[in-house]
Design a protein around this ligand. Structure first.
Ligand SMILES: Nc1ncnc2c1ncn2[C@@H]1O[C@H](COP(=O)(O)OP(=O)(O)OC[C@H]2O[C@@H]([n+]3cccc(C(=O)O)c3)[C@H](O)[C@@H]2O)[C@@H](O)[C@H]1O
Ligand SMILES: Nc1ncnc2c1ncn2[C@@H]1O[C@H](COP(=O)(O)OP(=O)(O)OP(=O)(O)O)[C@@H](O)[C@H]1O
Ligand SMILES: NC(=O)CC[C@H](N)C(=O)O
Length: 639
């Protein structure tokens, strides 16, 4: 039998988009002679519909829209994910359709409720072994723990999380011997290296449960934060039959394979491992796709970025350039432009299309010019990314050069202005109101923050004028300790690297300079991270203000990924090669927890960020913590 999976790039309650992709997948499958096609979990509505799953109308609308799919299924068996609501309870189901008929709805038994998933809020788990009925306009179909048959092949279901449970409880253990094929429609979030876990899961399941296993994941940045990699896997008795290219820019990725269910296949002696995932590469692809989808789904015109020439903002600039490179590589220029939705009416004046050649020390405001010819990709970046360096007396030539050279090299529009007048204006007003001078000795943090805040209105204005998303550059390490100015450098509508730690950011930039070929990154790769908010003579660096980033990351992981207490964290660090003694570590642990607790309110106010690593500190996706708390006072005193 020719079986297939299709990864679909869906949008919550965008019926038109979702049905179009479903139809395209079915048509492609039929054209390829596919007999059974699996589409991803909840692909009809989108996985990220949140509390809409609790309404009566939305699951009802899903069932109504499913009726349209029926007519496309003549000559093929298709699995479509959608919510089904019985009085007061919503179930996460996979409908099986064939020849214009609905054969039934398999229901998810184990709900995903960790990390970025909150399914128990929306869905009720289905009880193994039970069945019910779905009724609609005079028709009725079976629902629940069901086995289906197509052309003599018997198949049952695991819906995503069902497969992530122990072998002796998951649905597969009861399907063993009763089915030839297990179908798994999934909505499994991307995280670096996770494909390896998923691959093992599918391969092992096919061997342990003596079956063929067909797995199809969602694709793209569906609803803002979570990214799906569109993984398709088919395995039989521990042998890999199909695995696709992940993180595609396509709206539909349908892949098929032939399985001879009539002949037995001996179980694989061992599961052949995948090559180790390249996390730098994975992150690059995931962020590119996430930015592209966010841009088009938010119906925006491009991005605006306050480019300091430091690590975080340079990462974001390269991220947009890579979005263009990878998108064009896969889709071609015309399709990239069409899908982005950014190129229809906007005609940028030819004058504006030139990029700058200002001298490094020039402080004049406005757009600069450069006579260099741009490549096709640079021209696209030019329309999609506008950067501005907003210097003060505390800014260095090093960061200016870094920002300018990077912006020019990728083709971004680059502006440069000083914010000293605005800072002086605010400081003067407050000095007048208070009747005293503000000084670095008495008002250090306030004088730092005003600079950061004064950068926000101008860059927001530029974003508004151009109908663009304002990128904010916060990273996870900064978010953990609140090392940022609220309404200053946190201002923005999208926060691409908020889920990535600063150490990784620095390593990724070194990789990008050489492997991706961004020589302009040599400047930033030679710089120590600095906020440049204090007078230059002070030689401010992040790590002097805080602690070494590697240590900060380690404490953060132990405290909130491994969920250890402050005492346990300190004990762990004592046993590791940190280069610090017990008393020094105690100071850093205390500092971390103090800053962590004090700054929860800031984490609540970050712009939406992407989930890219195995955890993040965003209270709206991975990690919840009280805004007001005892701040570990007793635990830290006891260290
Ligand atoms: N629970 C709570 N709920 C709501 N608000 C709360 C609060 N606790 C304190 N606050 C308020 O928070 C305010 C202080 O927060 P905020 O004004 O953001 O500033 P704050 O956290 O005091 O200082 C910002 C820190 O970030 C660093 N920074 C800033 C900008 C850029 C960079 C860089 O790396 O480039 C680094 C800077 O060096 C400094 O250490 C106070 O007004 C306080 O009243
Ligand atoms: N001179 C500047 N011009 C434009 N934007 C700036 C400037 N200084 C700071 N910013 C903005 O504030 C953000 C926060 O600064 P931060 O120092 O945390 O990041 P970075 O400068 O990109 O990297 P690093 O911390 O490694 O120097 C920057 O990413 C940038 O968006
Ligand atoms: N949608 C789901 O059930 C996803 C949960 C599963 N643990 C995963 O991360 O892939």
């Amino acid at each position: 039998m020719r079986i297939a999976g299709a990864a679909l790039n869906q949008i919550p309650i965008d019926w038109e988009n979702n049905l179009r992709n479903i139809r395209t997948a079915i048509e492609q499958a039929k054209a390829a002679g596919v007999e059974l096609l699996c589409l991803p979990e909840l692909c009809l509505t989108g996985y990220g519909c949140e509390d809409l799953f609790l309404s009566d109308w939305m699951p009802q609308a899903a069932l109504a829209h499913l009726q349209q799919v029926r007519e496309w299924t003549h000559g093929i068996c298709v699995v479509v994910g959608l919510p089904v609501r019985l009085p007061g309870r919503t179930y996460n189901t996979a409908a099986v359709l064939r020849d214009g008929q609905i054969l039934g709805f398999a229901a998810k038994q184990f709900l995903a409720n960790d990390g970025v998933h909150y399914e128990t809020r929306f869905f009720a788990p289905w009880v193994a072994g039970e069945t019910g009925t779905v009724s609609w306009e005079g028709e009725a179909w079976p629902l629940g723990d069901l086995i289906f048959e197509h052309q003599g092949v018997r198949f049952g279901f695991e819906i995503c999380e069902d497969a992530w449970r122990a072998d002796d409880v998951r649905p597969a253990c009861r399907l063993m011997g009763r089915v030839d094929l297990i179908v798994n429609p999934s909505a499994s979030h991307f995280a670096m290296s996770k494909t390896d876990v998923r691959y093992q899961l599918v391969m092992q399941a096919s061997r342990t449960f003596n079956c063929t296993y067909l797995y199809a994941n969602l694709l793209g940045n569906e609803a803002g934060r979570i990214i799906f990699d569109g993984e398709l896997l088919v395995a039989r008795n521990g042998h890999l039959l199909l695995r696709n290219q992940l993180l595609s820019f396509k709206e539909v990725d349908m892949e098929w394979v032939d399985v001879d269910f009539t002949t037995a296949l001996a179980p694989a002696a061992e599961i052949v491992p995948l090559p180790a995932p390249d996390e730098y590469q994975e992150l690059n692809q995931a962020m590119s796709l996430a930015l592209f989808d966010y841009l088009s789904k938010a119906r925006s015109r491009g991005f605006v970025l306050s480019l300091s020439g430091g690590a975080d903002s340079c990462f974001c600039a390269v991220g947009v350039a890579e979005m263009v490179r990878l998108g064009v590589e896969e889709l071609g220029v015309a399709e990239f432009k069409r899908r982005s939705g950014c190129f229809s009416e906007l005609k940028v004046k030819s004058e504006e299309l030139k990029v700058g050649s200002q001298k490094p020390d020039a402080q004049a405001e406005g757009l600069a010019f450069n006579s260099q010819l741009l490549t096709e990709n640079q021209e696209l970046v030019q329309q999609l990314l506008t950067c501005a360096y907003q210097g003060t007396v505390n800014s260095s030539d090093d960061t200016f050069n870094s920002a300018k050279e990077l912006a020019d090299s990728i083709g971004a529009r680059f502006h440069d202005w000083s914010i000293d007048d605005e800072v002086a204006g605010y400081v003067g007003k407050i000095q007048g109101a208070l009747g005293r001078d503000l000084t670095w000795q008495t008002d250090d943090l306030a004088l730092q923050n005003i600079q950061s805040r004064v950068r926000a209105p101008g860059i927001w204005l530029l974003a508004n004028v151009q109908n663009c998303l304002l990128i904010t550059t916060s990273n996870r390490s900064e978010a953990s300790v609140g090392y940022c100015t609220m309404d200053g450098d946190t201002a923005g509508s999208i926060s691409p690297i908020a889920g990535v730690d600063k150490d990784f950011v620095k390593k990724w930039l070194r990789w990008a300079e050489t492997t991706l070929g961004y020589p302009a990154l040599r400047h930033v790769n030679a710089l120590e991270p600095t906020a440049e908010l204090r007078p230059l003579a002070d030689k401010q660096t992040d790590e002097r203000d805080l602690m070494p980033y590697t240590l900060l990351n380690r404490i953060e992981r132990l405290a909130f990924y491994d969920r250890l207490s402050p005492t346990q964290v300190l004990a762990r660090l004592d046993g590791e090669e940190t280069g610090f003694n017990h008393e020094q570590l105690k100071v850093f642990v205390r500092r971390f927890y103090n800053l962590w607790s004090r700054n929860q309110w800031k984490r609540e106010r970050y712009a939406p960020g992407f989930h890219l690593d195995d955890y993040n500190v965003d209270p709206r996706s991975w990690l919840r913590f009280p805004i007001l708390s005892g701040g570990f006072a007793e635990e830290l005193a006891g260290l």
